[in-house]
Design a protein around this ligand. Sequence first.
Ligand code: AHG
Ligand code: MN
Ligand code: MN
Ligand code: MN
Length: 337
Amino acid sequence: SNEELPSTDIITLTRHVLAQQFQLGAIATGDLTLLLTAIQTTSKFIATNVRKARLINLVGLAGNSNVQGEEQKKLDVLSNDIMVNSLRASGKTAVLVSEELEEAVIIEDKFKGKYCVVFDPLDGSSNIDAGVNIGTIFGVYQIAPGSKGTISDVLRPGSEMVAAGYTMYGSSCNLVLSTGNGVNGYTLDTALGEFILTHPDIKIPSRGKIYSFNEGNSMYFHKPVVNYLNSIKYPTTGKLPYSARYIGSMVADVHRTLLYGGIFGYPDDKKSKSGKLRLLYEAFPMAYLTEQAGGVASTGHGRILDVVPTNIHQRCPVFLGSRDDVNDLIRFYEEYE
Ligand code: AHG
Ligand code: MN
Ligand code: MN
Ligand code: MN
């Protein structure tokens, strides 16, 4: 019969990354692959804790605040500790920056490697207790030649990242990754404990039909954003209005935007002078993935990946998604310049 048999040739994330490195003809040492293996393991470890959080008393507050003044959830702290431990032990890292740690972690010589990892261990904290999608976001830099690994190795524009990705803990667990050669998505096969290539070469549609903003902040929004949102809600010349989708977990909102197209935005406004999202471990990795998928990622005034950080926890306005949609928004900014 013509019925398709299950594949006997599955492509795991590790196999796929190795094959890509090989194809690029890079003088690959395997170090990046090993680092990504460590990151994959942390995502599996976090995923299993997320799944049983309600059962093992892992919901609710940890009792402390982080450097941004947010109350830490138990899962924020657990996920942070999982990542720091694993990334240190990998022997491939030199500097770690986490949303949950005020200072950068400089890895001691014994474990020092050549990569710096910036990460949001648990993104979408406010959604944990309701069982809504949450995630992990990461970006990877290589230390500058001759550097021993200092803070200056991570205070660099996002365009210098060598890899970025996120894992979404949703109805399935998906890891989406770019090593600078397009974007690929992998789904965790929980029986195998492996991420399997399920979304090869993700490309964002050049225009979408969905906008994703926290419109509850409308009274604080600046004119270009207000006018842009009005233009897609009350279109002229026979066009249909856009649909609204806003989960409140950046990972989930960006994941949908990559697959379906449209625009995700977290603007700066009259209350939050630089917006809410953090440049290093939220804006940069997501902007990197967006561009690698053929989309646009802007602050409203310029390319996100060109911003030069001065502080590891600084914030940045974010608009990203389909090329035509984000360019429409940028035109509203240009009107006010
Ligand atoms: P985190 O949970 O890592 O602190 O990030 C929360 C972020 C991001 O996930 C999301 O896009 C945004 O906060 C939602 O903010 P609002 O609740 O203000 O809409
Ligand atoms: Mn937080
Ligand atoms: Mn976050
Ligand atoms: Mn977080």
